[in-house]
Design a protein around this ligand. Sequence first.
Ligand code: ATP
Ligand code: MG
Length: 167
Amino acid sequence: MSATTTAKMAPIEMFLRDSDATDSLARALAATQPAHASVYLRGDLGAGKSTLARAWLRTLGVTGAVRSPTYTLVERYDTSRGEALHLDLYRIGDAGELEFLGLDDSDAALWLVEWPERGQGGLPPPDLRVELAVQGTGRSARLLPGSPAGETWLARLSEFWWVAGLS
Ligand SMILES: Nc1ncnc2c1ncn2[C@@H]1O[C@H](COP(=O)(O)OP(=O)(O)OP(=O)(O)O)[C@@H](O)[C@H]1O
Ligand SMILES: [Mg+2]
């Protein structure tokens, strides 16, 4: 084992009792996000992925409609942090279809990707994975860093969360 090995950060887990709590998480993530971030939103149908993405985009100043990209696969937004892409790959045939969306050269500040497992190989690797699951009448959320930037982000998020008095 090398002397430079660092401990892996434990995932952050929380219970979101209603959709307002999902919105609060989105606002905290938006407030602490790095300049460029790729975020994979994972969870079954109805787990709250779009709810989180919509509140996140609104926090970044998007005032018009936030449409679900279920059929278009991607929606693009101008935000206070630069371009944001919201993808929903549920209906993609195979990851090769991503090429036709012309995202390769995108220098987007934020990627919010629903059903990322269907776009494997055609997406930027995640800085953050958000795993959502139905739990009773609410949702459980698990946040896992995917990169060093993601680790710093989650550390900042914990601090923000604590200072803002959220739980
Ligand atoms: N924490 C929560 N507690 C209870 N309900 C929630 C919570 N977060 C979101 N919801 C509700 O869950 C429903 C489904 O949410 P949403 O459309 O965001 O799911 P999704 O994961 O994007 O689903 P899909 O895979 O079909 O796109 C919405 O009615 C939303 O208000
Ligand atoms: Mg959705």
